[in-house]
Design a protein around this ligand. Structure first.
Ligand SMILES: Cc1ncc(C[n+]2csc(CCO)c2C)c(N)n1
Length: 235
């Protein structure tokens, strides 16, 4: 059976297929994460979303830097041009989302990165600067692919009049989908041309970023729980 049929954003070939498949339980944990379910059914506590959004504000800037560095290291003009666009247009898509959500949820720029935000952005920048170009591509891919898959899935089940509507729309938008497809194609070609050792390194980088994506959501939910513990409030 072709299990990829269940994917909204399918792999570009056998190598990205293997990449997704070997991380399927982890990506499923992200897609079906209680944080995402909360966005979909509108029950996500506002404090959890505020923590997420504030940290995301810092995350997207560093992520765009990692894209720009990766562009500079690209092995083809096509990939160079794509990553340059992602550093600029990708960040713009995120900024548009934040422009709406930040005032709505009353979120301001935080002074400090959280543990997971620091860990994830340090990993992406370190990989872009110090590891190989294919590894950096693999590290950056979950940010697009996992968000696309999550966005499409949870939008399908989402309640109407949803405070997180803008988030759901951003990642299920067609133009965003086309960026994700191009990105997966670039990763497929790199995996195809890679040695076994390099392929393993790319798998490691992809998995590490997936772990951070999951932790990013978990941290936001746990912050909410920690606050409840301190104040004794349940709602
Ligand atoms: C934790 C976290 N992971 C992924 C994204 C999605 N995303 C962030 S920046 C960008 C475009 C490239 O600069 C995309 C698609 C997010 N917002 N937050």
């Amino acid at each position: 059976m072709n299990t990829f049929l269940a994917l909204n954003t399918p792999p570009a070939g056998p190598f990205t297929g293997e990449l997704w498949e070997s991380n399927r339980s982890l990506t499923d944990e992200i897609i079906y994460h209680p944080f995402c379910k909360g966005m979909s059914d509108g029950t996500l506590p506002a404090d959890a979303f505020r923590h997420y959004l504030a940290q995301d504000l810092l995350y997207i800037e560093q992520d765009a830097r990692a894209f720009a560095i990766t562009a500079g290291r690209a092995s083809t003009y096509e990939a160079f041009s794509f990553f340059i666009d992602m550093a600029r247009d990708g960040l713009e898509i995120e900024r548009n989302l934040h422009r709406d959500l930040l005032p709505f949820f009353g979120v301001e720029r935080p002074d400090k990165m959280s543990r997971i935000c620091r860990g994830y952005t340090t990993f992406l920048l370190d990989t872009a600067l110090k590891a190989s170009y294919p590894e950096s591509v693999a590290a950056l891919l979950p940010c697009f692919w996992v968000y696309r898959e999550t966005g499409l899935k949870i939008r399908k089940d989402a309640v109407k009049k949803n405070p997180f509507q803008k988030w759901l729309e951003t990642y299920s938008d067609e133009a965003y989908g086309s960026y994700v497809e191009q990105f997966i194609q670039i990763a497929e070609e790199l995996l195809f041309g890679a040695t076994l050792t390099m392929r393993k390194k790319m798998h490691y980088a992809f998995r590490r970023s997936c772990e951070f994506e999951k932790a990013f959501f978990s941290e936001a939910l746990n912050i909410k729980k920690d606050k409840e513990k301190k104040t004794g409030q349940l709602f």
